[in-house]
Design a protein around this ligand. Sequence first.
Ligand SMILES: O=c1ccn([C@H]2C[C@H](O)[C@@H](CO)O2)c(=O)[nH]1
Ligand SMILES: [Zn+2]
Length: 130
Amino acid sequence: MTDLRQAAIDVRENAYAPYSGFKVGAAIRGESGVVYRGCNVENVAYPEGTCAEAGAIAAMIAAGETSFTEAYVVAGSPLPVTPCGGCRQKLAEFGKGDVAVTMATVAGAEQVMSIADLLPGAFDPSFLGG
Ligand SMILES: O=c1ccn([C@H]2C[C@H](O)[C@@H](CO)O2)c(=O)[nH]1
Ligand SMILES: [Zn+2]
């Protein structure tokens, strides 16, 4: 098992998902090589819940890094979990170049897509120029 998959599997155990029962773990490798982890954190006020990918990105930013080279997301679903729309935009903000996102099941199935494929036509800083 790769270190990234192991990190995602491990942090998924800490997911707080009493409402959906759907635990997700995410791990990203910062450009420095350090691996950052995140899990979903739900709330009784449902829209306040946060995704595993967002948690991993927040951990990276808190540690002082701003880009990652690889991402891995794992869930207990029968098919590999695909990031929600909001997370695709978050991943696009910090993914370095054409970063691969591996989506996986606990059982071991994997699907790999680039961030560009996950979010074609992403809103990016070039639009801010007016
Ligand atoms: O890529 C995904 C998809 C879903 N979830 C979470 C959000 C919610 O807590 C639960 C069910 O949607 O799974 C993630 O963390 N990442
Ligand atoms: Zn999400």
